[in-house]
Design a protein around this ligand. Structure first.
Ligand code: 5AD
Length: 362
């Protein structure tokens, strides 16, 4: 069946795993058709604009020991946490450049002390970026892992309104293979439910091309995105990280993982329609133009890195992570795709409003 026939079928039945899987397997010249269809869907559902988030990798301190991750507890890396002022400086820099939102990401440290720190930072970020164009300050996405519901609530009350918590894989057996027993997939589902109940715009994501991961598992991941009714997806190819247990596990070639990563973006767009999808750094690790390729397969969010330069090499989730080639030219690089880049707009996922029967305000 051709890509276009498969897409017609998907439109009738968006949760059909075999159609999703067939689309994910698109190769060669047909990939172009898949990209065009995803871009059509994106244009219709959320528009062509690319929304910006300035990314600050706040801390690489982590209590977990995920087998794939370069900042896992046992990894031999210099641990850092940026200062409140460094985050404020990055936020002001982004805000001046027209970024409507920031993302604060870190390893997992579920202590009240750390949550207090993030709450203080969030409050200051909101206050100190108020302007005529953004009267309530920048939008704030957090990505801090599993926390308790009261901790999430405090972060929401401080002014954060989006949270991204990746499930990594919706397949129980695969999740267990890549995490120590202390980590439970079910806990992540509970956390995602808490986030949605509190009122966060809620996101999740998976790694693509993990050892033993099948196309069917990835198709099921997309069905899981639909079932969780998530507003945003951030996902990218798996990249081995030296000195982690998974450094040498057998995986597909870089080119295969890149294409699968792009296909996942396109098929997720076609299946989930009005959500926001980020084009992630992991794509860039596999291809010098990887993130722009993600934007050409239906992603609508870019997250240029604004972490302090001297800390970037310590937030090394995987090998070959591009860390230094990010600067104020990020917008110009995105504009090379021909897409308009939204300035001074939060870029909230329309799905957040449509799932509640509301209309977006900016
Ligand atoms: N390859 C790709 N992505 C990774 N992440 C962590 N380690 C790797 C890796 N080796 C991703 C995970 C995690 C996010 C912070 O980074 O999905 O949730």
């Amino acid at each position: 069946m051709s890509v276009n026939e498969l897409i017609e079928k998907l439109n009738q039945c968006p949760t059909d795993v075999s159609i999703l899987a067939a689309l994910l397997q698109t190769e060669g010249e047909e990939c172009e058709q898949l990209a065009v269809a995803a871009m059509d869907c994106m244009t219709r559902e959320v528009g062509v604009e690319v929304y910006l988030r300035g990314l600050v990798e706040m801390s690489n301190v982590c209590i977990h020991n995920c087998y794939y991750c370069g900042i896992r507890r046992d990894a031999d890396v210099a641990r850092y946490t940026v200062t409140e002022q460094q985050i404020i400086d990055a936020t002001k820099e982004c805000s001046n450049l027209g970024y409507g939102s920031m993302v604060l990401q870190s390893g997992e440290l579920p202590t009240d002390g750390y949550v207090d720190f993030v709450c203080r930072v969030v409050e200051r970020m909101k206050k100190e970026t108020r302007s005529d164009v953004q009267p309530d300050g920048v939008g704030i996405t957090l990505s801090l892992g599993v926390l308790s519901k009261p901790q999430y609530q405090r972060l929401f009350d401080a002014g954060a309104h989006r949270f991204l918590l990746r499930i990594e894989s919706s397949n129980e057996a695969l999740f267990k293979k890549i995490h120590p027993p202390s980590q439970k997939l079910e806990e992540r589902y509970v956390a995602i439910a808490h986030l949605a109940e509190i009122g966060f715009q809620t996101g999740t994501g998976v790694m693509i091309g993990l050892p033993t991961q099948t196309i069917q598992m990835l198709a099921n991941d997309i069905v899981m995105f639909q079932q969780l009714d998530i507003d945003m997806v951030g996902m990218g190819p798996f990249l081995p990280s030296a000195n982690t247990p998974m450094a040498n596990w057998p995986i597909a070639t870089p080119l295969e993982r890149l294409q699968l990563g792009l296909n996942m973006i396109a098929v997720t767009r076609l299946a989930c329609r009005d959500i926001n999808i980020a084009s992630t750094t992991a794509l860039e690790a596999l291809h010098p133009n990887g993130r722009n390729l993600g934007l050409a397969y239906g992603a609508n969010v870019a997250m240029p890195n604004f972490s302090p330069f001297d800390k970037r090499s310590s937030y090394k989730l995987y090998d070959n992570k591009p860390v230094l080639n990010e600067n104020i030219d990020a917008i110009a690089i995105i504009e090379k795709t021909g897409r308009p880049v939204a300035r001074y707009q939060k870029g909230d996922p329309l799905h957040y409003f449509s799932r509640q029967g509301l209309k977006a305000t900016d």
